[in-house]
Design a protein around this ligand. Structure first.
Ligand code: SAH
Ligand code: SF4
Ligand code: F3S
Length: 435
């Protein structure tokens, strides 16, 4: 039976969220409708993440849970990075999977759905260099903040990471395609655009880099805020740093993962920076944009990590004073060099280090939030809060700000920051800035 309704569940990074939106648009263009929340769908697409073992295993337990009480089930497509990593193997692991489609092949999903409706179990994990972007339907509606993938894949091969295998080699989308998509998003209601890439600051096209692209996007009327994520320290050019000091619409926030503060570990990770070069980059950034909020990613318990290496990570966290940061226990990924390295760290040690690191990060996060109390700033209203009359918006530094206001999503309003917690701020409306 040809499915009439669909549901897409995206896990993992923002690039998967973007891909999920594009798949939804494509299925919509085929006449299928998104199933309302809580309703059954004829087709379920699980857009999966392979970055850590837990995330990857979740994909299969989620498949299992799609069986209905009467024993029937929807048509099931496994998409995203688990699909790419496992390919046809996924069909052997679960008989319930009808379609396996990788992140570079999802423009073929409608065809594959038609095949699956006829009883086939198609697999497509081809990696043509971003051919999908040329054939996807044009975008239409957008929320107040919209994702826009400009770069895909990774050539860095950090020794712990699956991304170069699941997303393929680095490619940059062409300049004109990006500017056109941004314009469509703004016409469709977006006030903010978040440029996405596994290594977004490695974006290059016809001799131009991300800094030039950002400057061009800043000229779009109606677009008020620009962000980008995720960046690699090796690609943090002086031009991009300078843009932070000059382009008003570029928000004062930078997510720049370092992974560890220990140089021995950074080397074993095949990161091309040391703690010192990383800190030097941030110093330049702070010189260009003194109020920049810094964010990062950390892995604890990488093979061979000693207590001294871990202490170096804590020291780096203190030296930077992150406004926010994400930290993970090292997860060995099949096929990556680190998975077979000597000195794998016992779980208890990882748990202990993760807890200590997160305490330290939380303290800095709270301090950063508290530093805004008593100041005035602008927020982009994004969604309704829990209490009636309350809305939640984002500060320039990506903090969630709760405020009582009649402003609608997409409006930018002046607020005074009244109080701060570890995860959010509370504010009061000053006056409306732009509708
Ligand atoms: N391209 C980005 C991050 C991609 S993955 C970068 O280079 O920083 C997002 C985060 O997941 C990484 O920054 C890293 O902290 C974490 N990560 C990746 N592989 C991991 C693994 N095998 N175990 C634990 N964390 C991992
Ligand atoms: Fe993974 Fe490293 Fe590439 Fe980031 S830079 S996606 S961590 S291989
Ligand atoms: Fe996960 Fe793939 Fe993103 S592995 S983090 S969904 S690139």
């Amino acid at each position: 039976m040809t499915p009439k309704s669909f549901r897409i569940k995206s896990f993992g990074c923002q690039m998967n969220v973007y891909d999920g939106e594009r798949m939804a648009e494509m299925l919509g263009a085929q006449g299928m409708v998104a199933a309302p929340d809580g309703d059954d769908a004829d087709l379920v697409v699980l857009n999966t993440c392979h970055i850590r073992e837990k995330a990857a295993e979740k994909a299969y337990s989620d498949v299992g849970r799609l069986r209905r009480e009467d024993g029937s089930r929807p048509l099931i497509a496994l998409a995203g990075c688990v699909a790419q990593a496992e390919g046809a193997e996924a069909k052997t692991r679960s008989a319930m999977i009808d379609i396996v489609v990788g992140p570079q092949a999802y423009h073929r999903l409608p065809d594959m759905v038609a095949q699956a409706a006829r009883g086939a179990r198609p697999v497509d994990t081809d990696m043509p260099a971003a051919a999908k972007f040329d054939v996807l339907p044009q975008r239409r509606r957008a929320g107040s903040s919209a994702f826009l993938t400009v770069q895909e894949g990774c050539d860095k091969f950090c020794t712990y990471c699956v991304v170069p295998y699941t997303r393929g080699a680095e490619i940059s989308r062409p300049w004109t395609a990006i500017v056109a998509e941004a314009q469509v998003l703004v016409d469709g209601g977006a006030r903010e655009i978040v440029l996405l890439g596994q290594n977004v600051n490695a974006w290059r096209h016809e001799g131009q880099g991300l800094a030039e692209l950002i400057r061009a996007l800043a000229r779009i009327d109606g677009l008020e805020r620009i962000r980008y994520t995720t960046s690699h320290p090796a690609d943090m050019t002086d031009a991009l740093i300078a843009a932070h000091g000059e382009v008003e619409k570029l928000m004062p926030y930078l997510h720049l993962p370092v992974q560890s503060g220990g140089n021995r570990i950074l080397k074993a990770m095949n990161r091309s920076h040391s703690a010192e070069t990383y800190l030097a980059t941030l110093e330049k950034m702070r010189a260009a944009r003194p109020d920049i909020a810094l964010s990062g990613d950390f892995i604890v318990g990488f093979p061979g990590e000693t207590e001294a290496d871990f202490e170096a990570t804590l020291q780096l966290v203190d030296a930077v004073g992150y406004a926010s940061a994400y930290s993970f226990k090292y997860s060995p990924r099949p096929g990556t060099p680190a998975a077979t390295m000597e000195g794998q760290i016992p779980r208890e040690i990882m748990d202990d280090r993760l807890q200590r690191l997160q305490e330290r990060i939380n303290a800095h996060q709270l301090a950063f939030n508290l530093s805004k109390v008593g100041s005035e700033t602008q927020i982009l209203v994004e969604r309704a809060g829990r209490r009636p009359g309350q809305m939640i918006g984002k500060s320039p530094w990506l903090q969630s700000v709760h405020v009582d206001t009649s402003a609608r999503p997409g409006e930018i309003i002046d607020v005074a920051v009244l109080s701060a917690g570890p995860r959010s701020l509370a504010g009061a409306v000053r006056r409306q800035v732009a509708a």
